[in-house]
Structure formats: structure tokens, C-alpha cells
Design a protein. Structure first.
Length: 490
């Protein structure tokens, strides 16, 4: 069966990948610690369910089978998917089709895992995101978004990136650990990322882990950054919540990365047939959004930009959507997306009817994935409670004018007085508990109109160095007064 699968895979791979598989197999064999007992080596691959990771899994599977062909045995292949609220069911279906196409379900040398927080389970396509994890992601989204006016990257990506790092640690230590982690990043990219993390730690007043500790040290440094980041987002008094958002780092000191970068081509046009014909990859309307083919969050990022422009700036929803689409389409070009996928994405937002259709889809997604309705999303893009409720008056005037007479009562409630009826009202319109609203009130607010480098805290440091952002001139009132603004996302 393995020989037949390898033959089929060689026929499906781009022609230049076939000899690259053999070269990579030789390099990987030489990097394994137990070459005389290949079956005692475990190699891990992170599989997010998107187009690039699907291609990487297919390539590594070919290497896996090529070594079996050469030596009569091969390494144990651990494929790991991190589950989160932004991963819609069609992504699970794509992963399932990939595993079936590659014959992985029936291979005793393959281990298919699903990581949800600190919980590890065998992969099954119908496993839903655990309720506890949904709540975990929802609170991170709201608390981050309320400190940044619903900024795309800050609201969705930074907490998620730390969760991804934790999933690497959780999966790498599971069931005896692993010997190597395969990555599609080049050695230079890996080194630059590690150096960026260390610079960020120093800037935050932390001492990075010893660089000689390799990936373990990187995870330790990220754990320190995670603690600082989530304390900034959730408040220093929320000790347990911050603690449970740490990054797992108790892995082998010798665990290293193995790059397949020089053997592969990640321009999806080069392996389109492999993706769509052999693996059965489907670019689903919900799962495929701008630069992501495994996450629906970018559709919600665009929606938040539209809501901010419409509700806060009092201009049009479509104006905000156009700002996000222009930014994200350029990002797609820089990432070498095929022209027809770029046009497919542009077509979704080309007409008023298309914009309205995507608005309805994003609204449904926000409710289904995070339990957030439009009232709560609009509240977030005003950021009315953070930094001493500096935007509270504008929020009430724009959205709840009947509550303007209660503005002083609201401020007193946020400062610590008890008012159960008012508390219940604020909890409904924000989606947050009074405890969290008070944490926002006592904590910082990042402003898109100020110099990020002059603002204190870890979050502005992350945002300053984020390549997925663009400074634009935006009109922030009906009269068309222009200000320097920021669009960020995926």
C-alpha cells in the first residue's frame, strides 16, 4: 500500500518536487538521532489546514514514504492541528480529505493529533471546538479589541500567535516528545524570528532565555512575553486568567527545527493540481478569506473596519470595507497568491450586494464562532471603557443617547461602586463582565492616531514591528476631516 501511495504522490507532485523529495529524505535521515532504528524517531509537522500547510504535509508524507522505500522502515510522523474558534468546520473537512488522500488514517507510522488549549486528542473531523476554548478565545478577542478600537491584528492575531506557540510546546512534549519539528520557514526566517522575540523581551524589561537552549529557550522567552502581554490586556489583578495563558516550554533541550524551505515552492499556483485534484482541497467561502485559507477571522477583521467607519466615523460601511480590501489584496499579491484567487476575493466585495452579503456572513460568523452580536462588536470598535472610559461619552451619544443621563453613574460603576441594574445593561451591550470592564477602565488604550513608539506597554511594541499593517489617511467624521489611521489584518 505504501509503495502505491508513494507512486501516486510522485505523480501528483509538481515535476521539480520529485527529485527534491529524495534530496530532502537524505538530509532528514542524516538529521535523525537514531538512524539504525528509524521507527524510534518522531518527527512533528504543524498542520493548520490551509493551502500552504496542506502542501507541506503532502511533501513531508512523500519524504516519509521515500525513507520507508529505501530502508524498509521510516520515522513516526506526528501531524498536529491547533483548534481554535476561528477555524470553521470546512477547514476540518479539508484536513480530513488530505489525510484520506495521503493514506494517513491507516498508517501505523502516522500520529494525527488535535490540540485544543492544553488538551491533546486524536484528530477527528467532527470534533467541535470545546466550549471552554471558545470562551477563552472570546474573552481574549474582546479584551484585546477594546484596547485597540477593534484593530484587526491586535484583536485577533497576537493572542492567537501566543496560543500557537503554546500548542507547539504541548504537542512537542506529548507522549514521549519528538526529535525534530519540520518547518517551511527558511533558516534565516527562523533566526530572524528568534532574534525579534529576544529584542521584544528586552524591550519589555525581560531577560531572554539562553540562546543556546534553542527552541526550548524560545518557548521560555515567549512564556515571559505571554505573561506580560495578557497581564496588559486582562489586567494584573486577573492572576489566574493570565497564568493559564502561558506558553508550554518543558520540552527537550535538544529539540530542533528541520527546514524544507529549499526543497519546496510555496507559490500555490505551482502545486494547484496537487491541492485541488489530489488532496481535494476546497477554497470554501467561509474558510478562505484574503491571505488565509484556514481561518474565517479576516472576514471579521474587514467587518470591524466597516463598523468602525460607519458607526464611529459616521461615514459608510463600504468605505471602511474598501480600506481593508485594498490593504488585504496587496498583502495577497506580496504572498504570491494566484491571480484568480485574488480576483475571487475582490469580486466578493466589488458590488454593494456583495458587500452586504459578506456583512451578513461576517455577522453570522461572529455570533456562531464567538457568541458576539452586532451591538457588542460596535461597542468594541468605540473602545468606550478603556483608559478611564475616555471614549464613553462619544459612544453613548452615538449608540445609546438614552444612557447619557447615566454617564456619571456608569463611570462610578467602572470605578468600583455597585449598581446591579446598570451593570447588567453594560454586560449585555459589551459581552463582558463588570470585572472585565473595570480592568479595561484601569488599563491602557492604544490609539491609532498617536505615535505607537511613544505609547508605553508591550502591545505597542508588537504593533510597531508588525509587517501586516498600513498607515492610511482616513476621514473620521461626516465632514471629511482626515487623520492618520491604521489598517491591519491578514
Amino acid at each position: 500500500m505504501q509503495t502505491t501511495m508513494l507512486d501516486d504522490l510522485r505523480a501528483a507532485l509538481p515535476e521539480e518536487d520529485v527529485p527534491a523529495v529524495e534530496e530532502c529524505a537524505t538530509r532528514l535521515y542524516n538529521a535523525l538521532p537514531r538512524q539504525d532504528e528509524l521507527g524510534r524517531n518522531t518527527v512533528m509537522v504543524a498542520y493548520g489546514g490551509g493551502k500552504d500547510s496542506a502542501y507541506a504535509v503532502a511533501f513531508v508524507r512523500a519524504v516519509h514514504l521515500a525513507l520507508a522505500e529505501r530502508h524498509g522502515e521510516t520515522f513516526r510522523l506526528r501531524l498536529v492541528t491547533m483548534q481554535h474558534s476561528g477555524m470553521p468546520y470546512p477547514v476540518m473537512l479539508n484536513i480530513d480529505r488530505t489525510y484520506r488522500a495521503l493514506g494517513l488514517y491507516d498508517d501505523p507510522d502516522a500520529e494525527l493529533l488535535l490540540v485544543a488549549g492544553d488538551r491533546v486528542r486524536p484528530f477527528a473531523r467532527d470534533l467541535r471546538v470545546p466550549h471552554k476554548l471558545v470562551e477563552f478565545n472570546r474573552i481574549d478577542l474582546l479584551m484585546s479589541g477594546h484596547r485597540t478600537y477593534g484593530d484587526g491584528r491586535s484583536t485577533f492575531c497576537y493572542a492567537c500567535n501566543l496560543n500557537v506557540a503554546n500548542s507547539f510546546g504541548v504537542a512537542a512534549r506529548y507522549n514521549g516528545g519528538v526529535d525534530l519539528i519540520i518547518t517551511g520557514d527558511s533558516p534565516n526566517e527562523q533566526r530572524d524570528y528568534a532574534l525579534w522575540i529576544r529584542r521584544l523581551a528586552r524591550g519589555a524589561g525581560q531577560k531572554p532565555a539562553d540562546s543556546r537552549k534553542g527552541f526550548k529557550g524560545t518557548l521560555e522567552t515567549l512564556d515571559g512575553l505571554a505573561q506580560a502581554y495578557f497581564e496588559e490586556i486582562h489586567g494584573s489583578e486577573n492572576v489566574e486568567r493570565v497564568k493559564e495563558r502561558g506558553v508550554t516550554s518543558d520540552i527537550s533541550d535538544h529539540l530542533a527545527f528541520f527546514s524544507i524551505y529549499n526543497h519546496t515552492s510555496y507559490a500555490s499556483g505551482a502545486h494547484w493540481s496537487l491541492l485541488t485534484d489530489f488532496l481535494g482541497f476546497v477554497f470554501d467561502e467561509i474558510a478562505f478569506n484574503f491571505t488565509e485559507s484556514d481561518c474565517a477571522n479576516p472576514a471579521l477583521m474587514a467587518h470591524l473596519r466597516g463598523l468602525r467607519t460607519e458607526q464611529v466615523y459616521k461615514r459608510s460601511y463600504r468605505e471602511g470595507i474598501a480600506q481593508y480590501v485594498d490593504f488585504a489584496i496587496e498583502l495577497m499579491r506580496r504572498k504570491d497568491f494566484p491571480a484568480h484567487l485574488i480576483e475571487q476575493m475582490r469580486d466578493r466585495y466589488r458590488t454593494d450586494a456583495g458587500v452586504e452579503s459578506m456583512r451578513e456572513a461576517a455577522t453570522r460568523y461572529g455570533e456562531e464562532a464567538f457568541g458576539l452580536d452586532t451591538t457588542q462588536l460596535v461597542c468594541m470598535v468605540y473602545s468606550p471603557f478603556a483608559a478611564g472610559a475616555v471614549n464613553l461619552h462619544d459612544y453613548l451619544a452615538g449608540e445609546f443617547p438614552e444612557l447619557l443621563v447615566d454617564e456619571d453613574r456608569i463611570r462610578a460603576l467602572l470605578a468600583g461602586t455597585e449598581d446591579q441594574a446598570l451593570a447588567a445593561r453594560l454586560e449585555r451591550i459589551s459581552g463582558l463582565s463588570v470585572t472585565d470592564l473595570r480592568a479595561l477602565y484601569n488599563g491602557p488604550l492604544w490609539s491609532p492616531f498617536a505615535q505607537m513608539s511613544t505609547q508605553p506597554g508591550l502591545l505597542p511594541r508588537v504593533m510597531v514591528s508588525d509587517p501586516h499593517q498600513e498607515a492610511i489617511r482616513a476621514k473620521r467624521n461626516p465632514e471629511g476631516e482626515e487623520v492618520l489611521d491604521r489598517v491591519s489584518g491578514r
